[in-house]
Design a protein around this ligand. Structure first.
Ligand code: HEM
Length: 457
């Protein structure tokens, strides 16, 4: 049974309280597995043409409504602040958007700790400040479905004037859900209250919908501030898009330099991520990979850290535990449930191989579009980049950074707690280098029509 079929089986319409017909599918539907797709970035040169394109695209943008429908592709659309401006949205409404969104990702480099190799001046042209107005994403179950979706989108684009296609980037993970480093990803996702899909074992409880969608109650009991009017804000959400080039060769060389045998390399890699390549969590399988466990959604996220407070099984500083400390005791008190994110990342480039060498990294052909969705996306990403990724003092690790996505301008360190003495490994590098990104608003389907109509009253 495919992942989508499994998901559809878990869908219960009688527990739905959200306006699924108005919410973009990308928000509430997982990627297919395996998946292929395209990200297309567009620039609006002129408001009338841009609004006409939005209007023509609107019927093709999938809603989260019918989980039993056999969709073999879905298109999602998100706009930057500059995009909304270029559509002609009036100032009174523009200023109801969060300030970081208004400024755009490049202008937030200080808060995001995007310095040195990750700084905006080194980003791809597409993502240079103000360029990307509309980001279209297509997820498809196979190349045939993707070609069909692309033909649809291109036909609408060909009819348009006043819009420039800045770039199109194909992605996909033919080997299931493996990312550029050969690790299964997108496993741990929050369940969204009212979406009709109950939490899987290990997810404890569904998180209030207002954490992920505008216009619903959040974890603090109220709806978060929403762009106005409600016709524009309600059922929409915010998206963080960050494109990384993965230095897989460097990562391989690092593993080989710090272990004698392939088993030792695999063990170190698992300690850095918190899971084995198959997705099997270290907590449930501390000594070796277990592909059956990794592929089983009923078991692969069913754990917490209460029996591992010092991180002897899952290091406190590994990628997965940093970005969701679950029940770990944190030195800096934080409500973990308001920092949950829906991840919709996509991998590009050749399938992982242990033979990739550092010199191969210069091609820049492997990487990941890290994409996440949250109604408080900008606070969350800036908090994560500052506290959980590029520092370590929230778990008493001082200035130690995330070994996978941290920025390491000088060689970094990774601590593996163990008895009798913890092991410290130096030589961590920036294994994922930022190539650009943007802060985006993903409107509801009715808001796309509202924007296309341009009657702002
Ligand atoms: C750019 C390269 C990245 C790679 C290769 C990567 C890889 C992974 C892998 C393999 C996992 C474990 C499996 C899973 O649950 O999906 C994971 C989990 C996770 N990652 Fe990343 N990731 C990357 C970037 C990021 C960034 C930039 C963030 C946040 C700003 C992030 C946030 C998370 C979160 C929240 C989890 C789930 C933790 C949990 O709930 O247990 N990742 N990532």
């Amino acid at each position: 049974m495919t992942l989508l079929q499994k998901l559809k089986q878990r869908f219960r319409r009688d527990s739905v309280t959200l306006d699924l017909h108005d919410i973009q599918a990308l928000i509430l539907r997982s990627r297919p597995e395996p998946y292929v797709g395209v990200h297309a970035m567009l620039h609006f040169n002129e408001a009338d043409g841009a609004r006409a394109l939005l209007g023509r695209l609107a019927p093709h943008i999938a809603s989260a409504d019918n989980w039993s429908e056999d969709l073999d592709f879905w298109i999602g659309a998100a706009l930057s602040f500059e995009g909304l401006k270029a559509l002609g949205v009036p100032e009174a409404q523009l200023k109801t958007f969060p300030l970081p969104f208004q400024q755009g990702m490049a202008a937030r480099s200080e808060q995001l700790r995007d310095f040195g190799p990750n700084a905006p001046e080194n980003w791809d042209e597409v993502f240079k400040a103000g360029n990307c107005h509309l980001a279209l994403t297509i997820y498809a179950v196979d190349d045939t479905a993707l070609d069909k979706a692309l033909a649809t989108a291109r036909a609408e684009l060909d009819k348009s004037s006043g819009v420039t296609l800045l770039g199109e980037h194909r992605f996909g993970a033919p080997d299931g859900a493996k990312n550029p480093f050969g690790f299964r990803d997108s496993i741990s996702q929050p369940a969204v209250d009212g979406s009709g899909v109950d939490p899987l074992p290990g997810e404890e409880r569904a998180i209030k919908a207002g954490e992920f969608l505008l216009g619903y109650e959040s974890e603090n009991g109220q709806a978060l501030g929403m762009p106005e009017p409600a016709a524009l804000g309600k059922n929409g959400t915010f998206v963080v898009l960050r494109k990384y080039n993965s230095r897989v060769g460097c990562f391989n060389a690092f593993l080989k330099a710090h272990g004698e045998t392939p088993d030792e390399h695999e063990h170190l890699a698992a300690k850095m991520f918190g899971r084995w390549r198959s997705g099997a969590p270290l907590t449930l399988s501390p000594d070796h990979d277990d592909p059956e466990l990794g592929a089983d959604p009923q078991r692969n996220n069913d754990f917490d850290f209460k029996d591992d407070p010092k991180g002897r099984v899952v290091p406190l500083g590994c990628h997965m535990r940093r970005l969701n400390p679950r029940d770990s005791e944190l030195t800096l008190l934080t409500d973990v449930n308001i920092h949950r994110i829906i991840r919709r990342s996509s991998t590009f480039g050749p399938v992982y191989s242990e033979d990739v060498a550092p010199e191969d990294d210069a091609k820049g052909d492997r990487g990941l579009f890290f994409i996440f969705i949250s109604a408080r996306a900008y606070d969350t990403i800036e908090f994560m980049q500052q506290e959980w990724i590029n520092r370590g003092n929230f778990v008493d690790l001082g200035e130690e950074r995330d070994p996978i996505v941290g920025l390491h301008e000088d060689d970094g360190r990774f601590t593996i707690p163990q008895a009798p003495a913890r092991k410290r490994i130096d030589g961590i590098q920036t294994f994922n280098v930022m190539k650009g990104g943007e802060y985006l608003f993903m409107p509801s389907l009715s808001a796309i029509q509202w924007l296309a109509a341009g009657s702002w009253g």
